[in-house]
Ligand binder design. Structure first.
Ligand code: SF4
Length: 326
């Protein structure tokens, strides 16, 4: 019987799930993912998590709780410190495995090896070796598994850069669908936000699909290459050392400067420090130059769907009106 490892459908799942899945499978594990977000999962997360945490962390608590009922041998929660040289991930990721172990009792063992590439990319070897040891795999086998996982990650990233959303890219990777985009659209909107906010249909109130149904093509910062994002971020007077904030800001400024979108929507989560700063930065740049209409949407566990629908409809009406008026 293979060892069953659970991955929560939360936080950096939207960036790294295909890679982590491949890595763990290459090590001989069976991968189990938590269910799609529901009201029940969110409620459980809110109950177990501290009040001060941001919405995505509360939701991630709910997903870990959901995995605990799936008969898994381990829960995979890498301790994310840095995924790029000279940059950091929000400190909540660093403390997340400890918060989980402290607050949810009776969980299966947690694999919480550290990912810290701030100094040099080769530091990933410590992570692969440590994870491999849970499956009785030596250093070389673990490294080969990781190398295979990196190849999958590259394919996944390329699919995102072709304009697909994570679910669609995953479906193509798994051979379930082909990458086709035959939707009728009359305008393009960029949705900028942390991946766990914009791609989770429940927590985002399905913003991406609502915009698509209303006739818009939707792009996110993840549909841009690293190089293009970095170019956009160069407009900032100082380098942002938070990887995800840099991606969001660089993506938004690039879409704005190139006028490759008709409107930009920034999605922020309640109680997120980085979001309040990046949201402000993006808004100031865009409003100062005024080339593209901009709207801020804040999410919390009480956000009502009707309010979001009204705001999206009004925003699209305004974008369409502006296009005919200028
Ligand atoms: S960046 Fe914001 S939303 Fe993401 S984990 Fe940190 S505080 Fe939470």
């Amino acid at each position: 019987m293979p060892v069953r490892v659970g991955i929560p459908r939360a936080l950096l799942y939207y960036y790294y799930y295909p890679m982590w899945k491949e890595f763990l499978q290459q090590l001989g594990a069976e991968v189990v993912v938590s269910d799609r977000t529901t009201k029940g999962i969110l409620t459980k997360g809110v109950q177990h998590c501290v009040d001060e945490a941001c919405l995505p962390v509360k939701l991630a608590f709910g997903h870990v709780g959901n995995l605990a009922n799936k008969n898994v041998d381990y829960i995979f929660l890498p301790r994310m410190v840095s995924v790029a040289q000279g940059e950091y991930i929000c400190p909540k990721f660093l403390g997340f495995p400890d918060m989980i172990k402290q607050n949810i009792k009776g969980l299966p063992p947690v694999i919480d090896s550290v990912i810290n590439l701030r100094n040099k990319p080769q530091d990933i070897n410590n992570f692969t070796k440590e994870v491999g040891s849970h499956f009785n795999k030596g250093k070389l086998k673990a490294w080969l598994a990781y190398r295979r996982a990196m190849a999958v990650h590259k394919q996944y990233t390329q699919l995102l850069e072709q304009g697909l959303m994570p679910d669609e890219a995953l479906s193509v990777l798994e051979g379930r669908t082909k990458p086709v985009d035959d939707r009728e659209t009359d305008l393009t909107v960029a949705v900028i936000g942390h991946p766990y906010n914009i791609y989770d249909p429940f927590i985002s109130m399905n913003i991406i699909n609502k915009l698509r149904k209303a006739g818009a093509r939707v792009l996110t910062a993840d549909n841009l290459t690293e190089q293009v994002v970095n170019q956009g971020a160069k407009r900032l007077p100082k380098k942002l050392f938070w990887t995800l904030s840099k991606r969001m800001t660089g993506g938004a400024l690039n879409y704005h400067d190139q006028r490759s979108v008709d409107g930009i929507i920034h999605v922020a989560a309640f109680a997120c420090g980085p979001d309040s700063m990046t949201g402000e930065l993006i808004e100031r740049f865009i409003r100062r130059e005024g080339k593209v209409p901009f709207m801020n949407v804040n999410l919390d566990e009480h956000t009502g769907e009707a309010g979001i629908v009204t705001r999206l409809e009004a925003f699209l009406d305004m974008v369409r009106w502006r296009r005919t008026a200028v």
